[in-house]
Design a protein around this ligand. Structure first.
Ligand code: SF4
Length: 205
């Protein structure tokens, strides 16, 4: 692969894409789960954008990409994409801080494993301090057993970590939603109750 003048390989793939009045950020293809329903298994992207990254973009590359846009026109800037954003937790914090200073609404779509990947810090407090406005946490199942079968998390205790992440987010004052992918065998009503008992809103994706 060609290299640029800083000896960093040239970048291939989509860092940001527009849809539904939002701007979505794709900063990594890493993930701490292997969900059976993950769209990464069946395609290379969404809405015609290639989300397979030839390498992870640097913080500077993400900011330079964001500078192409009139950010105030978007309802939300959303960390999502073909991977789990919090696999690059420091980058999420830095980019959120940068966006927050621009006065735009920032949302993180996450599997809720950030505390397992970063056990040395209070991840939700860090997110709040960075200026994150809202979070959408994948609940996906009403029990640990079903969650483990469906999402195949790399960490033990992942289901509890997801619930704790959402509880902490609600407590910290981050607008919190929990979501489920409509799958056969998943009790949507029980999932909804789990989410609303925590104080989150609920959505079936
Ligand atoms: S958490 Fe998201 S990115 Fe990771 S495997 Fe599941 S659906 Fe795919």
């Amino acid at each position: 692969m060609k290299e640029n003048s800083n000896d960093i390989p040239m970048f291939g793939g989509t860092i940001s894409y527009e849809a539904f009045g939002n701007l979505y950020l794709n900063i990594t293809n890493q993930c701490s789960a292997s969900c059976t329903f993950c769209i990464r298994e069946g395609c290379d992207g969404v809405y015609g954008y290639n989300l397979r990254l030839s390498r992870e973009p640097t913080e500077e590359e993400i900011i330079s990409d964001l500078e192409k846009y009139e950010l105030s026109k978007f309802k939300e800037i959303v960390f999502t994409g073909f991977g789990e954003p919090t696999c690059r937790f420091d980058i999420v914090l830095h980019i959120t801080e940068w966006l927050h200073k621009k006065g735009v609404h920032v949302r993180l779509d996450t599997n809720g494993h950030a505390a397992l990947m970063n056990p040395e810090m209070n991840v939700v407090e860090k997110l709040k301090a960075s200026g994150l406005d809202s979070v959408s946490v994948s609940l996906n199942a009403e029990s640990e057993e079903k969650y483990n079968k469906l999402c195949k998390p790399r960490y033990e205790g992942a289901y509890k970590a997801v619930l704790d992440f959402a509880k902490e987010a609600v407590k910290t004052g981050i607008k919190t939603r929990m979501t489920v992918v409509g799958q056969e065998g998943i009790d949507i009503d029980r999932c909804k109750k789990i989410a609303t008992d925590i104080g989150a809103t609920f959505k079936v994706r």
